[in-house]
Design a protein around this ligand. Structure first.
Ligand SMILES: O=C(O)CCC(=O)C(=O)O
Ligand SMILES: [Fe+2]
Length: 349
């Protein structure tokens, strides 16, 4: 008998990854080197903003509006650290499964190892490890890290990496804020006690890559995602202009940045969170490492007052991020009978 794939992984025909245009023009590539000699300005209308920085803000604004995705180079995160975190990620996933299961996530605490995540109720062809640098318990959430005893170096490398990418994420948030003609720190205030976390992703080769997805088609529900991918490739995004799936070509030492649903709501749909998915292949393991840069779980998300007007009324009802995150996490943990929570449930009609 031939190889039979577990049916929980099989995508509905319309979601199967056949229509990727691999070498179509990719997402904008933005050089952050102007940030080396210059500070990020605090006020978007400051006449003293150097040209290089105004150009950078304009590029970010265009990428956010037209793509919802961009890649950054000269981002300030050391290459050595990227190499170390990639190496430790590979070491972790190479551990015997019983070791990985010792640090498994549970129904209440979503941090740790997991190999049965569902995106939109279909199982993803991947295994993950989630961690954060803050651990906390609220009535809604209990986030406690689990670190594998057999890989003692992992925690230090991962935490160092987290801090470096978080620093980059704060800079990107300031640039995005300025691109919306808001003060640089307008969005940062939501990030005190943030519920950000990093995910290590491993997509192993699959004999039927045409039937499954590493991550099913989805939009990121948080604030901003800052993702490192290895040289294998597999991330596809749905191009805004024509709805075609296009492959994000790996660029050495770069990060992929994409806007999540929260920025879509804050911007009252000026910027959109764009659908994406991960395809797998039959030969190569792929690793990726996103930082999900999310505001504090107490944040009530709604269109920002400065960005709404009589002519552009708020397009969303307010919702609580901690509640949204908890509900989404529960649905990713197991297959449910109903659709999981989405921001369009909060859309005003
Ligand atoms: O692995 C990737 O390239 C993307 C993963 C992703 O979209 C996610 O985890 O939300
Ligand atoms: Fe994603």
């Amino acid at each position: 008998m031939g190889f039979q794939i577990d049916p929980t992984f099989i995508q509905a025909a319309e979601h199967r990854p056949k229509s990727t245009i691999s070498d179509a023009g990719s997402i904008p590539l933005i050089d952050l080197s102007p940030l080396l000699p210059h500070q990020i300005p605090s006020d978007p209308s400051d006449p003293a903003i150097p040209n290089e920085i105004s150009n950078l803000i304009a590029q970010i604004g265009e990428a956010c509006e037209n793509w919802g995705f961009f890649q950054v180079v000269n981002h300030g995160v050391e290459v050595e650290l990227l190499e170390k975190v990639e190496a430790v990620t590979k070491e972790f996933f190479a551990l015997p499964v019983e070791e990985k299961r010792k640090v498994k996530r549970g129904e209440v605490n979503p941090m740790g190892y997991y190999d049965a995540e569902h995106t939109k109720n279909v199982r993803d062809w991947k295994e993950v490890f989630d961690f954060s640098v803050t651990e906390w318990v609220t009535p809604l959430l209990r986030l406690e890290n689990h670190w594998p005893e057999t890989l003692p170096a992992m925690r230090e490398v991962c935490e160092k990496y987290y801090k470096a990418v978080e620093k980059l994420a704060f800079k990107l948030l300031e640039l995005i804020s300025l691109s919306l003609n808001l003060p640089a720190k307008r969005l940062s205030a939501f990030y005190e006690d943030s519920n950000s976390y990093i995910r290590l992703n491993h997509y192993s080769p699959c004999d039927s890559p045409d039937l499954v997805l590493g991550v099913g088609c989805h939009k990121d529900c948080g604030g901003l995602t800052v993702l490192f991918q290895d040289e294998v490739g597999g991330l596809d995004i749905k191009r805004k202009t024509d709805g075609e799936w296009i492959r994000v070509k790996p660029v050495h030492n770069s990060f992929i940045v994409n806007l999540g649903d929260i920025i879509q709501v804050w911007s009252n749909d000026k910027y959109e969170s764009v659908e994406h998915r991960v395809t797998v292949n039959s030969e190569k393991d792929r690793y990726s490492i996103p930082l999900f840069f999310n505001p504090a779980s107490s944040t009530n998300v709604k269109p920002l007052e400065e960005l709404v007007s009589e002519n552009n009324p708020p397009k969303y009802h307010e919702y609580n991020w901690g509640h949204f995150y908890k509900t989404r996490k529960d649905s990713n943990f197991q297959k449910l009978e109903k659709e999981n929570i989405q921001i369009y449930h909060f859309k005003r009609v």
